[in-house]
Ligand binder design. Structure first.
Ligand SMILES: CC(C)(COP(=O)(O)OP(=O)(O)OC[C@H]1O[C@@H](n2cnc3c(N)ncnc32)[C@H](O)[C@@H]1OP(=O)(O)O)[C@@H](O)C(=O)NCCC(=O)NCCS
Length: 144
């Protein structure tokens, strides 16, 4: 099992899109569109491979020199609750910490995932809001 950075447009990137669609989009009746993907060459993508299968992924969107947003965080359904979400989040935080530039991460947590991010030290900011028809909360964490 390994945490890898995924190159935009690669075979692994295509596998990651499938995981994202299955775990994030389809449950709420959506699929990704070409317009959604147009900005992704400028983002960083990470995944966990287990026996060569993509089982967890997330996308990192740059905002300022010191701030990034985590988006599209997903773990394969049959392995949810097994520690892989925590593994990819903490692994990516560690990469940012070693790189030394980014000081803060924010994300828009789905209501159902707020407890997951809270356990990882993310703090809610502001009021809940609705996006893609479901409640979300902005959450943030500093990088040491
Ligand atoms: C939310 C998600 C990313 C969490 O990943 P995961 O691999 O299932 O979570 P982990 O097993 O690593 O859990 C880590 C800790 O968070 C807790 N946790 C996990 N999901 C949780 C949730 N939805 N609410 C509250 N706590 C949660 C676990 O109990 C565990 O606690 P512990 O460290 O005390 O044992 C994953 O379940 C998922 O992909 N869900 C569907 C898609 C989704 O909602 N993505 C997030 C969009 S913002």
């Amino acid at each position: 099992m390994k945490l890898i950075e995924i190159e935009f447009g690669s075979n692994l990137y295509q596998e990651m899109l499938v995981l994202r669609d299955e775990m994030l989009r389809k449950p709420i009746g959506l699929e990704h569109s070409e317009a959604d993907l147009q900005k992704e060459p400028g983002y960083r993508h990470f995944g966990i491979l287990k026996n060569d299968e993509m089982i967890a992924c997330l996308m990192m969107v740059p905002h300022t020199n010191e701030l990034v947003q985590i988006r599209q965080m997903a773990v394969l359904d049959k392995l949810q609750g097994s520690g892989y979400g925590k593994l990819i989040m903490t692994g990516v935080e560690e990469i940012l910490s070693k790189e030394g530039r980014i000081k803060r991460i924010f994300l828009n947590a789905r209501g159902t995932a707020i407890g997951f991010y809270a356990k990882l030290g993310y703090t809610g900011v502001g009021d809940k809001f609705t996006e893609v028809g479901i409640p979300h909360l902005r959450m943030e964490k500093g990088i040491l």
